[in-house]
Structures are given as structure tokens and as C-alpha cells.
Design a protein around this ligand. Sequence first.
Ligand code: SAH
Length: 258
Amino acid sequence: MAVPSQTTAILSALAEEQQGLLDLLHQPRCVTRAGREFWQGELHGQPVVLALSRIGKVAAATTATTLIEAFGAQRLVFTGVAGGVGPDVQVGDVVVATEFVQHDMDASPIFPRYQIPLYGRERFACDIALSALLSGAARAGLVRLEGQFDVESGRSERAVHHGLIASGDRFVSAAEEARRLHADLSDAGHPPLAVEMEGAAVAQVCHDYGIPFAAMRTISDRADDSAHVDFPKFVTEVASRYALAIIDEFVRQLPDAR
Ligand code: SAH
């Protein structure tokens, strides 16, 4: 009896990060839904659907829901960039998420700060097995790329971190704001490694549907006063190549769907 194929959804935050994957896609078919383009096809023999999350939590939640409801995605993986807020998280490092929290969720005093109302929880966890695969792919991808470009950090090795990522509808671009965000979350027991704008929304949607989810972010900035300057150059020159190498490796390692 044929085992049903497992469609993997690959969500990218930015077009630059998606382009390399689109170039590799076999038998690409573009379907428009909810005003978004979804690219179906095969990567290394695996059925995939590629989509841009769009920016912010609501947009990302809509994209994730559409991937599951209309395209039958059975697992989701997300690549993007983020601001590093953990003490050792530097530009050029990669963070593989273990969990997500919404730093702008605050329904207090009715619910504790950061708690998602009616869920009774502040965090949504990523899938352990899928995240382990992504983490291995991140290491392998970085080894493959090592030496190809010289990131400003001056370090020869990029670190791969694992931990909590905070999402919210704000581009954090002031050192004081980043410090406060990190301190407030830490005081509440949720010290984040990085801040971005979509992951927690996708994690919540995947939780609702019982779909495995994994996410990685390349650190593009330190969420400080120069974040907006570092950002565009970094995305084109570094993050898009990282995303491609890591996801290429990740898809190769997925358990054979057929
Ligand atoms: N210039 C981009 C907009 C980027 S918005 C454009 O024209 O399309 C920032 C994106 O990078 C979001 O997807 C967010 O998840 C991530 N990100 C990177 N650094 C961030 C930071 N310091 N704060 C919040 N989000 C950040």
C-alpha cells in the first residue's frame, strides 16, 4: 500500500531567502491563494510547497493556516533573520528555535503578562525531531559555507544556538528597547536569544493543527540603534545564502516520504 506523501512547507520571511529555493524547485507550479503565491513542486524528490510568510504575526498566521488547510502541509519549516538579544548571540550566528513567546502579548491583569489568553501558556514549543534535523542541517550548511564570506564579527566560526525566540509586531532597532525587552522577558522566566516578527504566530497555528514545526533564524542585527543599517546588506549578502544551504541540507535529510 502506498504511504501518503508528506508535504513539507518551507516558509521564508523574505523574497531574497526564497529565491534560491525557487531556482532548485522541480516541476514548479504557482497557485495564488489569499493574495499570496504558493509554489508547489519537488526538492530532492520530496513534495514541498514554498511560501513567503509576509511580515508580522497576523500575516504569518494566515500564510501558515493556508499552507495547512489548502496545501495539505504536514510539517512546516521556517527560515528568516532576527535580531540577537541573548548576550552571546552575534551577527552571523544561527538560532534554531526550541520555543516561541510573543513579547507584545499583554492581557494583564486578566491574564499574566505574555500568556496567550485561553491557552493557559506563554510559550509554544517546536517539534523536537524536526528541530534536531534542522539543527544538524544548520551545522552541515555552515560547514559547507564556512570561509565563503567574511562576516563583520571577524570570527571564523558561526555559532548555532538553540533556545527561545520572541516574536512581536515591532522591528526592534534601539539598544535600550532591546535591553528592556530582554530584561522583562527574563524576569518573567522567558529569556530570549533573538527577536523577530513571525515565528510565535506560526508556532501557535502549528500547535492548533498538531503539525510539526521547526524554525531557524540567522542573526542579522543586534536589535540596537544600527539594526536598520545592518539589515538589508546582511539579508542579500549572507542570510539568503545561509537559508539556501541549510534548507537544501534539511530537505535532503528528511525521512523518505515515499
Ligand atoms: N526591509 C524589509 C522589512 C524587514 S522587517 C523589507 O523591505 O521587506 C524585518 C524582518 O526581519 C521581519 O521578518 C523580522 O522577523 C526580522 N527581523 C530581523 N531583525 C529584527 C529586529 N531587530 N526586530 C524585529 N524583527 C527583526
